[in-house]
Design a protein around this ligand. Sequence first.
Ligand code: PLP
Length: 435
Amino acid sequence: MSKNPTRRDLLAAAATSSLVAHAAATAKPALLGGKPVRSTPFPSWPMVEDNDERQWMDVLKSKRWNRVGGSYVLQFEKMWAEQLGAKHCLATANGTTSLFLSLNALGIGPGDEVIVPPYTFVATVNAVLLQHALPVFVDTDPETFQIDARKIEAAITPRTRCILPVHLGGSVADMDTILAIGKKHKIPVVEDACQSPLAEWRGKKVSTIGDLGCFSFQASKNLNAGEGGAVLTNDSELYKLCMSFHNNGRGDIGNGLQYVRNGCNLRMTEFQGALLLSQWKRVEEQARTREQNAAYLTKMLKEIPGIHPARMYEGCTRNAYHLYMLRYDAKQFGLPRKRFLEAMKAEGIPSDGGYTPLNKEPFLKYTLDSRAYRAIYSSAQIAECLERNHCPVNDQLCTEAVWFYQTMLLGSRADMEQIVEAVRKIHGSASALAA
Ligand SMILES: *Cc1c(COP(=O)(O)O)cnc(C)c1O
């Protein structure tokens, strides 16, 4: 089918998928000895093309492996800022350091509170702990998997110094509400856009909406260089602070041994810069493929009892689909989630149950009980921090989530039909599988 299907195409597809649905519902699941729906793997990741190899070899042979004296990281920064519509982009060693740098530039440190979601990769929270600030968890909106912006204001105290929403899975957090709260309370907003390159809120690219925005180019991400990251901002002062801190406190790249402050080495290598530049050429097209496949998948999946694909907020005008997320209602579907995931795997469709609640991680308690934290906060403050970090909606969501990965969305429409066929087949045999 073409990229812009006609009504006839759609009717034909609907007829095929209802036939597929019927066949799927009656076939024997692979877990019980039937034939798997799929025997070929989904597209592998990362993708490597000739221009990646050329650029990589160019860096190698040039012997300019460090950004000081090189040109690839600089070119990447210019390109990425322009693509996203930001004034400044600073490339970093990885996504964690881009978050850490942003909080550092805002002067967030001991005694401060930072509002974070509990449904995210651990790095979001680790960035807060690196600054010896306190993470304050705000519960998740189960329909969207994003931080529940309606609950942020209740979590604000006189010590709140930053709101750190995550655009989870490629979708976008409710930025209208978050920006309004930030403005009202004069609290800066840092966007964790690590999973959402090219995602948009009301036509604006994420990472350019808050005070600072952060990306990761780690191996699993939609744009990847093995490791890597970036900070985006329209604020020249904040950019300068990030630049100098990430370059051992030198004022600028090429400043020799002159220091304007303390700092760290969080620089990106030329190898990373070269890979990002060469891959960039494919990112827009891949994003479009994921969007089209995801829309097709959602249309079919939402017809199945117990399968509830994540909703997007009305302001989310583009989803980068780092993950395809859905809520699996085991009662409605008629099978425990663990068994469902096993059955999907047997059908040749990889999936995952997603994150565990970060706010309940034992390591948080150990960290807050460490000598450094004890030196900064009173026992009452630490107890209070642990006490109020309850997120019951998120606890529930973590038992219901099912993820498919971004690479699965890079295939054909037939691949999407196979995912649906597997789900339907398992649903059709739920009671046999549950026994
Ligand atoms: C990947 C990721 C990070 C951290 O990135 P690294 O490059 O692995 O350090 C931070 N936040 C989120 C939401 C991520 O998915």
